[in-house]
Design a protein around this ligand. Sequence first.
Ligand code: F6R
Length: 242
Amino acid sequence: MEWIVVRDYDAMSEEAARRIIERMKAQPDLVLGLATGSTPVGTYRRLVDAFRRGEISFARVRTVNLDEYVGLAPDHPQSYARFMREQLFDHVDLPADAWDIPRGTAADLEAECARYEAHIRELGGIDLQLLGIGTNGHIGFNEPGTPFESRTHVVALTASTREANARFFERPEDVPTHAVTMGLETILEAREILLLASGPSKREAIRRLYHEGPSPDLPASALKHHPRVTVIVDEAAAADIR
Ligand code: F6R
């Protein structure tokens, strides 16, 4: 694991975007794994800026996302599909059929998980996976206790995750109870991984990730088994690792 500590959220976003832009230039048909949430918003803004400057194109890029809430259709304002369109897809030249996100409204969710895995395989795997980290150490929606061997699956969200995500919903009870997420093994098959963390709420998860060995208690620690992981963390989140 390579650790990069930067000053603040903007510097984290800048460094992440710089690395993604570099990969996109080197490999225009990159398969990008994407994350939602507050963490990557600044990174996506910089990718849109780079596209507008003519520095990068998404015309041959394919993307897959980590997860989606069960029960939310792709056009639901709080769905991750909508989030991705608003933050990135609608502002760049990514073809409409070049992105995929688990369908949270699929009638048969097990079949949807299998479809998603098959799709990632057909793409030839993920070249670069972007990750945030939950305050409880989750990656994707792989909550503590998830086996490292897990593939794309349906999960019940923990109370702490539903609370952390309630800020995006009108009422706390509107936060879905379940999600479809890539499994830890699915994530670990990405050829390269970039994990971002910013702010004091991530301090404890980052402290544990830095100091503890791999254990399902801290899902992000599965990344310690991966040969090419870069963690970009700001000073507030890194307060306990220096
Ligand atoms: C999002 C995802 C989650 C988030 C994590 C951090 O697709 O899979 O693991 O990365 O919950 O969320 P934020 O960035 O909102 O703090």
